[in-house]
Design a protein around this ligand. Structure first.
Ligand SMILES: NC(=O)c1ccc[n+]([C@@H]2O[C@H](COP(=O)([O-])OP(=O)(O)OC[C@H]3O[C@@H](n4cnc5c(N)ncnc54)[C@H](O)[C@@H]3O)[C@@H](O)[C@H]2O)c1
Ligand SMILES: [Zn+2]
Length: 684
């Protein structure tokens, strides 16, 4: 055997063992403790994965696999009951779409060897989401009620079941022995109230009505069960001495006539189209039902046909549960790659083993940013839970660490853009990493062209999304500077581009060359530099050169630019490729008028150091510091000989005393305003 095949088989075997282990753990939590730790959808998807692998690799299948067993072995203090007829499970159709109905029909017809002209009746029912119960009547009297347990041995809950008010304790004219089977459930409204009460007394909340029903039924004290307001619906039978019906629907009619609660949402049909229609109709009304269901059940109606079909391990062949598409499934992360968005944002994306969730197949899902990845703790190879409801974008909601393979790998975000190789940076406190090659990165090209030509930028008319894509595709525009290399000849011949519109576009391009620094700075797509910031930069520096050479501190002196904005600008101008594009633009004839800007101007508080103490009448400390800095002054924390002024407010403390001792000038808030507004230094 090839080394690689051997490795793969080993991995499969390990995965199967882990899945089995995980499922057993969930079985215990669900059936014994009534406190599941994962949703049924996740449980089902793990179960189905194991079943699939067992089919493909039967050599690794364990004889005690969870796929072979029903429920979990009973471990409670309730008396044990051996079922006269085992209580099995129902096969869950793995195809949640309409196809599930067709698959079931095809299977049944094949196994019964029906010819196309032979019809078959199916009884369609709701699949109650509660717990199965076997009610044994002898001579019409309820003598014993038992839970399903592991299918063979259940728990005696007779006293508890008797508290269910809708259940007949005595039935007239019943056969000598009749075991009625059905589901004990808790209505949604009852569940809601119960959890409210639990919360009020600080008790544990139930995860869902099914678990609340199970927990309430499996009590040692039936007085407690009585308070829980449980319900029961009949859907089947166990040991029966004399069967009064020969079809499933006939049996349910009979039980109804004998006073058992039987739900009226059921129908007998013949074709898979009709099965599908029932599935769809119930999907439409399911949320209006007073109780939870987790799908519908199709049963071959004739008991004789059922007998013919028989059972396979834990399931009858004559019935199938057709659930609704899960909104939550598990799958594996095969790889994590990085996508560069139109704005240069780097997004890690999980490449998934394709899964069907929320009605579609998903094969990749965004991981947003490094922080998300870290918080989730996702590694390549991990099994993750994917959620998708309705039209909402699919999301990874968590990792199942128990299913992590040994060779799971960490993912590290690249320091360079995977598209253009520019430095990809992330500022402190920011979540996203950006490619700094805004003007030439292939991923950002279309975006940067559209932005560049937009009305408030260079104001070039006639380049829309379609044309921008074409310009890139035909290698006419690699960087925005190439826009100034476009000629009528080059443009004519592009999709929907005639001589006239080409001439108009070229004229508009030509006219845009004469611009302003403000427009230019806005046009070149510096991350987070919008119109207002571009205007502030232009008026502060007056020219491009001093801006290109500005330090982080100098950039922060510009109105409304904080540390993060300053860093963006610094990174942008540090990227040689960006500078090359800017130079190219100027070589192509883009011009603007330059001035000196305000940065060199004398500010009123230039060279002065302030110390703040006490409470000022109108300004907070931060506001006052801000005003001082904007006016060119410095703010310091302690008083020294170098302090120019102490700005003192009410209940000033030791700093004031020190200032007095050192002979430092002391001013109040109005005096500060005066210094700034009049540019006059208070005398000192
Ligand atoms: N979340 C967890 O951790 C966890 C753990 C174990 C099991 N589960 C859930 O339990 C279920 C699997 O267990 P299962 O073997 O009981 O299978 P099942 O619940 O899917 O199907 C069998 C059961 O369906 C019920 N049922 C409801 N309506 C019926 C009808 N009209 N006719 C016949 N039967 C009807 C019966 O109680 C029967 O025992 C799955 O839904 C699974 O998601 C969840
Ligand atoms: Zn890039």
């Amino acid at each position: 055997m090839e080394e690689q095949d051997k490795k793969k088989l080993e991995a499969v075997k390990l995965r199967m063992e882990k899945l089995a282990e995980e499922l057993e753990k969930h079985n215990k939590a669900y059936y014994i403790d009534n406190a599941p730790t994962v949703s049924d959808e996740i449980y089902d998807s793990l179960f189905q994965e194991l079943a699939r692998l067992e089919k493909e690799y039967p050599q690794f299948k364990s004889p005690v696999s969870p796929t072979e067993r029903v429920g979990a072995t009973v471990q409670s203090e309730l008396k044990k009951v051996t079922h006269a007829v085992p209580m099995l499970s129902i096969h869950t159709e793995t195809d949640y779409t309409a196809q599930g109905a067709y698959d079931f029909d095809a299977r049944v017809r094949r196994e019964l060897e029906l010819t196309p002209d032979q019809t078959i009746d199916y009884d369609c029912e709701l699949k109650f989401d509660g717990l199965a119960i076997n009610l044994r009547y002898e001579d019409g009297v309820l003598v014993q009620a038992a839970t399903r347990g592991d299918g063979y041995t259940g728990e005696d809950v007779t006293a508890n079941v008797k508290t269910i008010k809708t259940l007949p304790l005595k039935v007239d004219g019943f056969p000598k022995i009749f075991e009625v089977r059905g589901e004990v459930i808790m209505h949604k409204e009852v569940f809601r109230k119960l959890n409210e009460e639990q919360e009020a007394v600080g008790a544990k909340l139930f995860a869902n009505p099914r678990n609340a029903a199970a927990g309430s039924l499996r009590q040692l004290d039936s007085a407690l069960t009585a308070k829980r307001n449980l319900n029961f619906y009949a859907y089947g039978y166990g040991e029966v001495s004399e069967m009064p019906a020969d079809t499933q629907s006939g049996l349910l009619d009979y039980l109804k006539s004998k006073g058992f609660p039987v739900i009226s949402n059921r129908i007998v049909v013949q074709t898979p189209e009709q099965l599908e229609a029932f599935h769809l109709e119930v999907a439409r009304i399911r949320h209006d039902l007073p109780f939870d269901i987790d799908g519908v059940v199709y049963k071959v109606n004739s008991f004789a046909r059922q007998k013919q079909l028989g059972f396979v391990s834990r399931e009858p062949r004559w019935a199938v549960a057709h659930k609704y598409p899960p909104e939550e499934v598990q799958t594996q992360v095969l790889d994590i790659t990085v996508q560069v968005g139109r704005t240069g944002k780097l997004t890690p994306v999980a490449r998934l083993k394709p899964v069907f969730v929320g009605g579609t197949t998903i094969s990749n899902v965004s991981l947003h940013n490094e922080e998300f990845l870290q918080n989730m703790g996702i590694k390549i190879g991990d099994t993750v839970v994917v959620h998708r409801a309705g039209d909402v974008i699919p999301e990874i909601v968590r990792v199942i660490p128990e299913l992590r393979p040994k060779d799971a790998r960490d993912f590290v975000m690249p320091e360079f853009c995977p598209v253009c190789g520019s430095h990809a940076y992330k500022e402190d406190g920011e979540k996203d990493r950006h490619c700094s090659g805004g003007l030439f990165c292939r991923a950002q090209r279309a975006q940067s062209i559209l932005h560049f030509v937009s009305r408030k930028a260079m104001g070039i008319d006639g380049i829309g999304e379609k044309l921008a894509e074409q310009l890139i595709e035909h290698d006419l525009v690699t960087t925005v500077a190439d826009i100034y290399r476009l000629t009528v000849d080059k443009l004519v011949g592009l999709d929907r581009m005639g001589q006239k519109s080409a001439e108009k576009l070229v004229a508009s391009i030509e006219a845009s060359k004469k611009t302003t620094l403000e427009r230019f700075l806005y046009a070149i797509s510096i991350p987070e530099v919008g119109e207002a910031t571009a205007r502030n930069l232009a008026s502060h520096f007056g020219a491009l050169k001093p801006l290109e050479e500005a330090s982080l501190e100098q950039l922060q002196e510009v109105e409304d630019i904080g540390p993060s904005g300053a860093e963006n600008i610094l990174h942008f101008f540090a990227e040689p490729a960006n500078i090359a594009v800017i130079n190219d633009l100027m070589d192509r004839g883009v011009v603007w008028e330059e001035g000196t800007g305000t940065s060199g101007q004398e500010l009123p508080l230039n060279g002065l150091t302030f110390v703040l103490t006490g409470t000022l009448p109108t300004l907070s400390r931060d506001e006052a510091s801000d005003i001082i800095r904007k006016a060119g002054g410095k703010v310091s924390g302690s008083v020294s000989k170098k302090t120019s002024y102490v700005l003192a407010g009410e209940s000033a403390g030791s700093k004031l005393a020190k200032a007095e001792a050192l002979g430092v000038n002391i001013i109040d808030e109005p005096e500060l305003f005066k210094m700034i507004n009049q540019g006059v230094k208070a005398d000192g």
